[in-house]
Design a protein. Structure first.
Length: 321
């Protein structure tokens, strides 16, 4: 093959590669714009549908309103925002330490022959339908939590009213526990992958200097993987905020703000699912759609805050998860 023919062949190969890259880039751009457009249309339609409620009560008035009385055409979202934040915070407080310990066990301590089966067993918890979690929580978890609630109320309730006497049955606390069970496989799976990707040389250096497995986890795995751990927490928080069926079955479904962690309540997602089919009062459907927009905004704020914290840890090297 002559030199000119070889150069022509290389030129053709480069043109084909450039054409393939261009087509691939155009396809990805179209998909990105399409998904963004769908989300934008959904957000606009939701805000337009909820605009009568915002016009009557005002955005701030609707968000901070504490009364939800469809029969009197009075709608306030604060009780449901409070329930959403409280149950999600409870879920994170319970699930994140457990998930981190599971991830450390599977990446640092467990024998190699057990890591696979144990990891699969934890991951399978994510495949359980939420309605099954809800039924299990209603029939098994809620009765099982009553002795614990009574013990906490007897010790802390006298000093801190927030841990006051429990009500018999479902509550914020039960919803937080069931959410914790549901997000453990998500947080632990992501955390496990992050911990497993930490540099091997640094692990071996700590061990070579006489360090233990705990020293490896404390000085290498956790510091290097903190940004990934935050991403896992955000994924779990997103699942907790948006969970509907399981929470509806165990939270008690009360329109009022509970003074105790053991009081019944509502979350934004659970009140929408519970009342939308029976929303016949004036502005009732629009108010539920407005709750959906609030839930969307809360999710965006939580993710934006998490990205800001993550960028502070990583020096702003990345802009998203």
């Amino acid at each position: 093959m002559t030199q000119s023919a070889h150069l022509a062949e290389l030129g053709g190969l480069r043109r084909r590669r450039w054409t393939g890259d261009l087509i691939f880039r155009l396809i990805l751009s179209a998909l990105t714009l399409g998904i963004t457009g769908v989300l934008g249309v959904m957000m606009i339609e939701s805000f337009v549908s909820a605009s009568p409620v915002y016009q009557k009560f005002g955005i701030i008035g609707f968000i901070t309103g504490v009364t939800w009385a469809p029969s009197f055409t009075v709608y306030g979202a604060w009780a449901f925002i409070y329930g959403t934040l409280l149950t999600s915070l409870l879920a994170l407080l319970i699930a994140v330490p457990i998930s981190v310990l599971i991830a450390l066990l599977l990446t640092e301590l467990a024998p190699a022959r057990l890591r696979g089966p144990l990891g699969i067993a934890v991951d399978l918890l994510a495949a359980v339908p939420s309605v099954v979690y809800g039924l299990w929580g209603l029939l098994v978890l809620v009765p099982a939590l009553r002795p614990l609630e009574q013990a906490i109320a007897a010790t802390l309730g006298r000093v801190i009213p927030f841990f006051g006497p429990p009500t018999p049955g479902s509550s914020y606390f039960a919803a937080g526990v069931i959410l914790a069970v549901m997000i453990v496989p998500i947080v632990s799976a992501v955390t496990r992958e992050v911990f497993a990707s930490t540099p091997r040389l640094q692990r071996e250096a700590v061990l070579a200097l006489g360090g233990t497995r705990w020293d490896v986890a404390r000085t290498v795995t956790l510091p290097i993987g903190r940004a990934g751990l935050l991403a896992a927490v955000v994924l779990g928080l997103g699942r907790a905020i948006g969970e509907t069926i399981a929470v509806t079955l165990v939270i008690g479904n009360s329109d009022n703000i509970g003074r105790s962690i053991f009081s019944p309540g509502f979350t934004l997602a659970s009140v929408i699912a519970n009342e939308f089919n029976e929303a016949t009062e004036t502005l009732h459907p629009e108010a539920l759609i407005a709750l959906g927009t609030v839930l969307l905004v809360v999710s965006v704020i939580v993710n934006a805050a998490a990205i800001g914290i993550r960028n502070r840890f990583t020096g702003g090297a990345r802009s998203g998860f």
